[in-house]
Ligand binder design. Structure first.
Ligand SMILES: Cc1cc2nc3c(=O)[nH]c(=O)nc-3n(C[C@H](O)[C@H](O)[C@H](O)COP(=O)(O)O)c2cc1C
Ligand SMILES: [Fe+2]
Ligand SMILES: [Fe+2]
Length: 408
């Protein structure tokens, strides 16, 4: 380690090259990877993302030879997964004056993961800017690229985009910059996209819309090459690769919750769909307006409708959405009710009634037995309070069966 590489005026790469075969997300990264972290040496020195948790101590030691850690004013965390935020606890314990800059969900997760409850956080909303004294940062929320809390950072003066996992490549690069690349890497760039980003394809299109009007000269991601040559070509590649294809099946997971138990089921459904490579979106009805939700329903081939139960009824604004379905004439779409409950779970059954009344093709146990002969699944998907491991497995199998049906 022990080095910094200038990438723009007063902006430096301070990352770590991991040239082992790295195990990651059930894969082995044959060519290794890098954890790219950046330091912007402005009046208010700012770090953008850190490195893998395994190299935290070395990272902080290296950094302490470059800058007095007490001078660091901001640490921007674009994405909380431990391969990027993992060195944050080590850094934060020395960089005691640093404010952690991240999304609301990012802050929640960091506090829980790393016990950072008494640190100062600056919570970012889409489009916010931050003056770091000599440079200006702009932030855009890019959920699910890679995980839900993710954002990207843009430095106006350097015309540089810091998108963390997005536009990354798993290669233990020695040359750092793509124009110096000794070997062919385009195929690796595309493989990375397919594995990490493509399952969240609609979100890639949302992200591209957000960065469309930025003047981007250089993309500085958190794995692999810094794309300082022909950045536009890599943006165009993401656009092309994420275009919807006519015969692909899409799923929507729509839910209302009081305390997050139903959210856990929604996430399990999402993971099972991802296993089947069925593209999906997850929407908490609280966070979207009804027109956007209707559009998402129209765009999907199967819709999972979830709620918990409160005094024998559904929660949140789920009913408002269900009332719209009949007039939407979506008889050809598959619908699956689900939810968490305490003792009776009426909310889930009320969803079921609404879906039937709207004429949708409701996937219940009876439907599945008749269409596939499989009688081992219970649909609606009902979970008492929070799903345990056994129930999580059961949900995974149920959703896999629904996925097969959809793809058949
Ligand atoms: C005020 C209140 C009323 C509830 N009423 C019911 C009920 O009538 N029937 C039931 O099965 N569960 C009931 N529950 C239990 C919730 O459905 C259960 O805690 C569920 O896991 C919450 O999921 P959520 O976090 O997704 O909202 C009630 C919970 C609360 C807080
Ligand atoms: Fe990630
Ligand atoms: Fe990553």
């Amino acid at each position: 380690m022990n080095k910094k590489i200038e990438i723009a005026d007063k902006s430096y790469w301070i990352g770590y090259v991991d040239d082992r075969k790295v195990p990651f997300h059930r894969l082995i990264l044959e060519k290794g990877t890098t954890y790219n972290s950046y330091l912007l040496m402005t009046e208010r020195p700012t770090i953008i993302d850190t490195v893998d948790i395994e190299f935290g101590r070395q990272y902080v030691e290296n950094l302490s030879e470059i800058i007095d850690l007490k001078e660091i004013r901001y640490v921007v965390i674009n994405h909380v997964e431990p391969d990027h935020a993992g060195a944050l606890p080590a850094l934060a314990s020395k960089a005691t004056n640093a404010v952690i800059v991240t999304t609301e969900l990012g802050a929640q997760e960091l506090k829980q993961m790393f016990k950072l409850h008494n640190r100062q956080f600056l919570i970012i909303k889409d489009g916010d800017t931050l003056d770091i004294g000599g440079k200006t940062l702009k932030f855009f929320e890019t959920p699910y690229l890679h995980t839900e809390e993710t954002m990207v950072t843009y430095c106006v003066e350097d015309k540089t985009l810091y998108p963390c996992d997005q536009f990354s490549t798993h290669i233990a690069v020695k040359e750092i910059f793509n124009d110096l690349a000794a070997e062919e890497y385009l195929e690796d760039f595309k493989v990375y996209y397919q594995l990490i980003m493509h399952p969240h394809r609609p979100y890639v299109q949302n992200m591209l819309a957000k960065i469309k009007n930025l003047d981007i000269d250089m993309i500085a991601p958190s794995h692999g090459y810094i794309l300082r040559s022909d950045a536009a070509a890599f943006i165009a590649a993401y656009d092309e690769l994420s275009q919807p294809k006519a015969n692909e099946k899409r799923a929507l997971i729509l839910f209302s919750t009081m305390t997050g138990n139903t959210t856990k089921i929604a996430k399990l459904i999402g993971e099972a769909l991802e296993e089947k490579a069925i593209e999906h979106r997850i929407i908490n009805t609280k966070n979207a307006n009804i027109e956007d939700i209707k559009e998402a329903i129209m765009d999907a081939d199967v819709i999972f409708f979830g709620t918990s139960t409160r005094y024998a009824d559904m929660v949140g604004n789920m009913e408002e959405i269900l009332k719209e379905l009949e007039a939407m004439h979506i008889e050809d779409k598959l619908a699956v009710p689900f939810g968490s409950y305490g003792w009776s779970g009426e909310g889930i059954e009320i969803i079921y009634d609404y879906l039937k009344r709207a004429g949708m093709t409701v996937v219940d146990s009876s439907f599945l037995i008749k269409s596939t002969g499989m009688n081992q699944f219970q649909i609606p998907i009902r979970v008492k309070f929070t799903p345990d491991e056994e129930e999580a497995a059961r949900i995974g199998q149920t959703v896999a069966a629904i996925g097969e049906l959809l793809l058949a």
